[in-house]
Design a protein around this ligand. Structure first.
Ligand code: HEC
Ligand code: HEC
Ligand code: HEC
Ligand code: HEC
Length: 488
């Protein structure tokens, strides 16, 4: 939540963390070092049927050449190993590496404080589906957890698909074009905009039935201290150290339009979140011990004013409406994803079905799936259309702002993301003119100064004034660019 236009941690910080890990591993992290050693000695041959492990990509003639030598595909693995956040995603689950992981795990099961077995079982049940490259049986806590799962983290095959079926074929020169991503090959689409977006949201939004794994960032995990997930393909793709070359035709099309990329990403995110809601509802119908409604499907700020990770306060009911200006106290379903995409706020009957007070799991199971299908279709449609024109998009944004109020922080934040995408697509000169204005808009949205004494508190969007924000955007758009002069 802290940086809207950047991920939580800067990438530079990432690089130094990873380097520090490699340099300091044996001394500072004896357990992990032992695990790595054991993995190298005993586990390299103990392979699951689908995943072959990154060792099989690692030779210097394949993807493990020294960084900078040969074409990028030839040192993809080295780029990844040096500083990709996914390379350490498994290791950060161990308590020796991450105090945050330890505190999350212990809150989920107090026995994990003293029992390694209990700790490992929480990881299998709640964490490794997203932080590892695993099959469902590895998430079954009655099986032992292989150290290689934590060592490998989110490795090559988590994104590219289990290699058992394509490993041989992909050495042939004929292994090009989209047909290699057909379901039968087992290789996942990382190339197309929709394919890549769908690939990432499995973990970055969550999924319940995809490849049989439960990847669920529910309210229990968030309440235990895990960051809530807010994925954006444009930013997250940019923040990964690219282990692929950017001058291919595919990559050029991928990044030709920031507006298009973000639109596809938002539609895919909503689709994934809706599918997850639907699956949660179905799971509850099957097993009533699974909580319902699932609170993480709803607007956090409708119930919470404080959004620092260290402490969340639940406000008194009578403060909800005035402090937050959200839907008269009815938390909005999937608010971050649906803002500006689904007119839930105008459709009271829809809102009621999806609200936590009245939600009927049967109805949510079917509505969620319908919404998921609709937005997946929309994402595919946008991806094949020509890159949207910046002038048209600016005029549209301005016209919408002049016509409608911004209801809350979410609506304003999504508005800024939309503006940010348009600005990225502008010619350099115009972009430079707007840079300072956008920085100012972003600062209006920040609320995590950590100063809990100020009133209204700065660590919650309770003090955010959407109308002030809206007026500022309208002012910037009309004075700087004056796009409305040619608007119909
Ligand atoms: C639905 C997938 C998913 C599940 C389940 C999941 N995580 Fe994560 N986790 C993520 C993603 C994605 C990130 C990166 C968040 C971001 O920056 O957007 C992350 C980040 C983290 C971080 C780094 C946070 C920081 O600020 O440095 C820790 C620690 C962590 N997870 C621990 C856990 C533990 C422990 C569990 C199990 C109790 C768990 N995760 C379960 C997806 C998941
Ligand atoms: C977080 C997801 C993710 C992980 C993990 C990942 N990749 Fe990739 N990989 C991508 C994306 C996205 C692309 C770019 C699109 C494409 O070329 O398919 C890519 C591209 C590639 C390419 C094509 C390079 C080029 O220039 O043509 C190779 C080779 C590759 N990855 C190998 C690996 C190897 C080896 C690993 C493990 C060490 C790995 N990848 C891990 C997402 C991932
Ligand atoms: C198998 C699950 C999985 C998939 C698939 C996946 N990620 Fe991740 N990703 C994670 C986890 C877990 C973390 C947190 C790692 C950590 O903090 O150590 C993460 C972290 C990241 C981060 C760093 C976030 C931060 O706050 O610094 C970026 C950027 C990222 N992922 C981008 C992507 C992109 C782009 C894709 C799709 C091409 C993708 N991921 C696919 C699980 C996944
Ligand atoms: C319908 C109301 C409601 C919604 C919506 C809701 N929460 Fe909660 N939250 C609660 C209640 C009640 C508690 C205290 C009981 C518990 O821990 O489950 C709580 C507890 C928490 C805690 C732990 C607080 C502590 O002091 O231990 C965190 C963190 C949290 N919520 C974050 C979130 C986030 C982030 C979202 C949005 C994704 C969210 N909540 C959505 C009602 C809600």
């Amino acid at each position: 939540m802290s940086g809207l236009l950047s991920t939580r941690r800067g990438f530079c910080c990432r690089v130094s963390i990873s380097l520090a890990f490699f340099l300091a591993a044996p001394a500072v992290l004896p357990v992990v070092a032992q695990q790595i050693q054991r993995h190298i000695e005993t586990e390299s041959l103990d392979l699951s049927p689908r995943f072959l492990g990154s060792d099989s990509c690692a030779t210097s003639t394949c993807h493990g050449n020294v960084v900078g030598q040969g074409p990028l595909w030839n040192h993809s693995l080295s780029v990844y190993a040096a500083n990709d956040p996914h390379a350490t995603a498994g290791r950060i689950l161990s308590r020796e590496v991450s105090p945050l992981s330890e505190s999350i795990v212990v809150l989920l099961d107090p026995n994990a404080k003293t029992s390694t077995e209990a700790y490992t079982q929480v990881l299998q049940k709640h964490c490794i589906s997203c932080h590892g490259t695993v099959t469902p049986d590895q998430c079954d806590s009655s099986n032992p957890l292989k150290p290689s799962v934590l060592y490998e983290g989110v490795s090559c095959e988590a994104c590219h698909g289990g290699a058992s079926q394509w490993i041989d074929d992909h050495l042939n020169e004929s292994w090009i074009g989209p047909s290699r991503f057909l379901a039968a090959t087992g290789m996942r689409d990382t190339e197309s905009i929709v394919g890549r977006a769908k690939n990432c949201v499995r973990c970055h939004v969550g999924s319940r039935s995809e490849d049989g794994l439960v990847r669920d960032m529910n309210h229990d995990l968030i309440a235990a201290g895990h960051p809530a997930l807010r994925f954006d393909l444009l930013i997250y793709n940019e923040n990964l150290p690219h282990h692929w070359s950017s001058d291919s035709e595919v990559e050029e099309n991928f990044s030709a339009s920031a507006i298009r990329l973000r639109k596809v990403s938002r539609a895919t995110n909503l689709s994934a979140a809706a599918a997850l809601s639907s699956a949660r509802a179905s799971d509850h119908l099957r097993d009533v011990s699974i909580p319902w409604p699932e609170l993480s499907d709803y607007d956090c700020f409708a119930c919470h004013q404080s959004l620092t990770m260290s402490r969340y306060d639940v406000p008194l009911m009578n403060q909800v409406k005035t402090m937050l200006r959200v839907s008269d106290g009815l938390p909005i379903w999937n608010t971050w994803h649906s803002t500006d995409q689904l007119n839930l706020r105008d459709s009271i009957s829809y809102l009621e079905i999806l609200s936590p007070h009245r939600s009927d799991p049967r109805k949510v199971a079917s509505i969620g799936n319908r919404i998921a299908a609709r937005y997946q279709k929309l994402a595919s449609k946008i991806a094949t259309e020509a890159a949207p024109d910046t002038k048209t998009e600016l005029n549209r944004l301005l016209a919408l702002l002049q016509k409608n109020e911004l209801q809350d922080w979410h609506a304003a934040a999504v508005n800024l993301l939309t503006l940010d995408a348009i600005i990225r697509d502008l010619p350099d000169q115009q972009r430079t003119v707007l840079a300072a204005d956008v920085a100012q808009l972003e600062s209006m949205l920040r609320f995590d100064s950590g100063d809990r004494s100020s009133k209204p508190p700065k660590h919650s969007p309770g003090g955010f004034d959407p109308q002030e924000y809206r007026a500022r955007v309208i002012d910037i758009l009309t004075s700087r660019l004056n796009p409305a002069t040619k608007a119909p």
